[in-house]
Design a protein. Sequence first.
Lengths: 144, 152
Amino acid sequence: MEGSGEASRFFVLELAGRRYALSPAHVEEVTPPVKPLPIPTVPRHFAGVIHLRGRILPVVDGRVVLGLEAGDARSEDARLVVLCVSGQRWAVVADRVLGLRDVEAHAVSAVGEPPVAGRFELPEGAVSLLDAAALTQSVREVRS
Amino acid sequence: MTRLSGSLRVLILRYANAALVTLANDVLAIDEDDERGRLPQNGMVFDLASYLPADIGEGGSQRVRLLVHTAGKLVGFRTDAALQVHDACWLYRLPRFIRDTGCADWVRGIALLGDAEASPTAPAPDDAVPAIWIDLRRLGSAFEPNSMEEVA
């Protein structure tokens, strides 16, 4: 990506005081949070499921998957972000959504380990760029 | 997400923070949770709340036993949920995303509960409330007898 001179658009959200970016192509919907229904015997990084217009969607605790400090996104700014990755829909509760941001491609440094694919800076601070497919794989593989 | 059926009669177990459903046909009887209960002396009782997430499982209603027949034995599930038989219900398997990570087979899926007047052959309404669909017979057979509480 470095040196291409083109701008990329990212969807930016905040979780546990950190900022993360995703390709907007994987963000299907942003809604006010709904308390998920917890499911017995599933790993704890699944907060439960919600019913969203005829669909049953798993809600993932992004803090556990990303190895962040535990906590609840219960502020007024919290939003449920529905992702669709390779046909797999799931949702994560963000503490805050910063929305779409255009970033010069050369400003994105390709550092980090999956699911982090790079980093860049915004006025609000550093942002970790997430690879949606790797993130989804992390949700499948994390043991909690 | 697989929708399984829209016409099965279910027993709803309503707790303070959530609801469970089980197929009504699986429940042989709703019994007293005391010495008047019909469970035989060698019968066994599960405390259902101990198998549920921590923030659900307490309903504040009268304690009863749901009797089911499983693996050749009659077992009871003690609960204080408010009970209701319901027809307008849409049953779904758990999303594969969750199933793939490992989930007990007695957690069958999700039920969407509609109004009593709702037609189960119509699509589930947007305001249908999700409930956990469990299989009490599978749950009863999932544990060795010595892990259960025997009724004196």
